[in-house]
Design a binder for this molecule. Structure first.
Ligand code: DAH
Length: 358
């Protein structure tokens, strides 16, 4: 029988010398496989005298365990070596210029969403999300729009055939239900915006059945109308890059706010051309107000302790205004020529420091 110490030394050398995972596997099979050296020696134990068998058995078991461990160690270091080599050869120079041709474009709606997020993030707002398919409760009832309320007709709702808890599911008609979901899921204070898709059964030059809104919500102990006004003025001035942009808050009505207002920004209209900022005309861009006490109660907040504002704004229209895009329907036609013309370079991420749109 081969001397065990000699075999151990031989195996150690072979394992260290294995230069690849395949070599190592071959060493393993030669030692521990069905016809391997260690296996062969173990089979020989049966023919030995008890004394001799005990000593040889122990030594062989030690050798076997050591060999398994040594192979495993070598396998790990071979893998690390291969990874280091791969990382060295497959590195990418991230400073290389992007080739303009063949490079995708960012849709104006995505661009404007990123701009809105950047502006409100700077004022401490986080982004919240909710589902496109909503319960009647979140889309209407919790927002102080009971079943018989006329606002339900005005929303041109898409009702689904499916129901939840005996009430129909709807495609959300506005992003306001995200207010409810957010307030129900975490304790106040809140400062969120919720951009997303919304749906109404309506289609012409300025309406598409799917469109985008962004909701805003700020709730605390002493948030008032002045905060709402300051916040929206800051937003509009940064968004339209005009420090003197005129704004007007008109009294209005929404079931989920009291008092409520609609906000207009200054513009001029010459024929079909509309310019933001200049002139004596007004253009409505959003609805807002102080969150109605009933809404706070519907999410389990005490209106004597908590108060704040909310607003809702159409995103597509902001994109049309800011980037001079005449027809809303083209937004959703997936025409690559249109996207190349109106789209944005993917690496120009909007930031307040770097500029919102370049
Ligand atoms: N949800 C309203 C709509 O789609 C917009 C709106 C108005 C949202 C006032 C608000 C708000 O949060 O306070 O017409």
């Amino acid at each position: 029988m081969q001397d065990i110490d000699e075999l151990a030394a031989e195996l150690r050398t072979d394992i260290e010398a294995a230069g690849s995972l395949d070599d190592l596997e071959a060493v393993r099979v030669r030692a521990l496989g069905r016809k391997g050296t260690i296996t062969h020696l173990m089979k020989g134990l049966g023919a030995m005298e008890p004394e001799e068998r005990r000593a040889a058995g122990t030594a062989l078991n030690v050798l076997k365990d050591e060999t398994v461990v040594a192979i495993e160690d070598r396998r790990t270091s071979l893998r690390n070596l291969a990874l280091t080599e791969q990382l060295a050869t497959e590195s990418i120079d991230v400073t290389l210029p992007v080739r303009a041709e063949g490079c995708g474009r960012i849709h104006p709606v995505s661009q404007v969403v990123d701009e809105i997020v950047a502006i409100f993030a700077d004022m401490g707002f986080a982004v919240a999300e909710g589902p496109d398919i909503e319960d009647d409760f979140y889309n209407f009832t919790a927002l102080n729009i009971p079943p018989e309320h006329p606002a339900r007709q005005m929303h041109d709702t898409f009702y689904l055939e499916a129901e939840r808890d005996g009430a129909p599911l709807v495609l959300r008609t506005h992003t306001s239900p995200v207010q409810i979901r957010h307030m129900r899921s975490s304790p106040p204070p809140y400062r969120i915006i919720a951009p997303g898709r919304t749906f109404r059964c309506d289609s012409d030059m300025t309406h598409t059945p799917m469109f985008h809104q962004v909701e805003g919500l700020a709730i605390g102990h002493d948030i008032h109308m002045g905060h709402l006004k300051g916040c929206l003025e800051e937003f509009a001035r940064v968004m339209f890059e005009d420090d003197n942009l005129r704004m007007r808050f008109r009294p209005s009505h929404f079931p989920f706010t009291e008092p409520s207002a609609e906000v207009d920004i200054g513009c001029s209209r010459k024929g079909k051309e509309l310019r933001i900022g200049e002139g004596g005309d007004w253009l409505e861009i959003l609805g807002c107000g102080m969150v109605h006490p009933n809404v706070l109660e519907n999410v389990g907040l005490d209106p004597n302790e908590w108060q704040g504002f909310a607003f809702g704004m159409g995103i597509d229209r902001i994109a049309m205004l800011k980037y001079g895009i005449p027809d809303l329907r083209a937004f959703f036609e997936s025409d690559l020529r249109w996207l190349r013309h109106y789209g944005f370079a993917p690496f120009d991420v909007p930031t307040l420091a770097g500029g919102l749109a370049r």
